[in-house]
Write a protein that binds this ligand. Structure first.
Ligand code: 2P0
Length: 325
């Protein structure tokens, strides 16, 4: 029997990953850049044993259905190939997210699983190897191997597509992210399906790709300069552009809800009042607000007037994947 356990934190992209060049290897169309956060994480234990007759996957105490287990099994097949074993495995995972968050994250989940498998089978992968492995489970997971600011370099094949930490002289320690948890429903269009449909059908998609290098350069410069305004403006613009591509897809779709729009307006109103803060959104209606720590209470208070207190959760920069002994 071989066991390993790891914890990984969720990350939020400031420059979004949106579209795959290779679906099987999960190679992205564009580089992305994220901030790892401390508020939401996953702990995963994996046990390989010759007493198991098939793979089993438990999430938050419940055995998962065939579809969810298949995704994990496919990932475990890669691991088994690397570890030269045919043993079946039990994967026991716990998500530490506020209830009703709608944030159950494949990024933290697959990063933790990659770390746990590396430990269990003593694969000897370094961070780059772990990032590449996590990427095969879920693209954004390759960024959760690291803490702080992280860039996923798109690369051109399995070997060259992985994330690495960006040096920032501690800039991330000045920052906070306020999560507005606006919906706990299963989403209509998964991020996987949404990005595929956008790449295949959206007439705005090429515009997204064409503007990516400029956004990325500006955001990295903002990190180097510790320029919060430039960081926030670039992040917000990039998110709006990503969401714009979905409106031009066929059939069109959006992740925005009426509450998302109210939240965006609240951020704009706060800025008018002199509070620097900026929003981003992912493949769901939740809105995340980037703010300097010194203004986090002001932002949370303003949001609590619009939404219930338990819908407003703040996070700080988090660390990379860690092994739990
Ligand atoms: C991101 N998203 O950069 C972007 C922004 C959603 C919107 O990464 O298909 O779960 O497993 O590679 O990583 C969500 O996509 O997708 C995501 P797969 P993943 O955070």
């Amino acid at each position: 029997m071989f066991k390993g356990k790891a914890r990984a934190y969720t990350n939020i992209a400031l420059i979004k990953y949106w579209g795959k060049k290779d679906e099987a290897l999960i190679l992205p169309m564009n580089n992305s850049l994220s901030l790892t956060l401390d508020a939401f994480y996953t702990e995963t234990e994996v046990i390989f044993s010759d007493t198991f007759t098939k793979d089993e996957f438990y999430l938050d105490g419940e055995q998962q259905n065939d579809k969810a287990t298949k995704k994990i099994s496919t990932f475990l097949d890669l691991v088994r190939e690397k570890g030269q074993t045919t043993l079946n495995a039990k994967v026991i995972s716990q998500n530490f997210v506020p209830t009703a968050a709608g944030l159950a994250s494949s990024a933290s989940g697959l990063a933790a699983l990659a770390g746990a498998c590396n430990e269990a089978l003593q694969l000897g992968l370094d961070d780059t190897g772990l990032s590449r492995l996590a990427r095969r489970g879920s693209g954004s997971a390759c960024r959760s191997i690291y803490g702080g600011f992280v860039e996923w370099e798109k690369g051109f094949d399995d070997l060259t597509s992985y994330a690495k930490q960006i040096s920032s002289d501690g800039f991330e320690d000045d920052l906070a992210m306020v999560f507005l948890l606006l919906n706990d429903q299963q989403k209509d269009v998964s991020s996987r399906d949404g990005m595929r449909r956008t790449v295949e059908t959206s007439s705005f998609y090429q515009g997204w790709l064409d503007s990516l290098d400029a956004d990325l350069a500006q955001l990295k410069q903002a990190i180097t300069d510790k320029n919060f305004q430039s960081l926030g403006e670039t992040m917000e613009r990039n998110a709006l552009k990503m969401h714009g591509t979905t409106l031009a897809a066929n059939p069109p779709f959006t992740y925005w809800s009426p509450d998302s729009l109210r939240a965006m307006q609240a951020v704009r109103d706060l800025r008018k009042q002199g509070v620097p803060c900026y929003f981003t959104m992912d493949a769901g209606p939740n809105v995340k607000i980037l703010v300097e720590k010194k203004h986090v209470t002001t932002v949370k208070t303003a949001c609590s007037h619009l939404f219930s207190k338990k819908q407003v959760v703040s996070a700080q920069a988090g660390s990379g994947m860690t092994i739990i002994k």
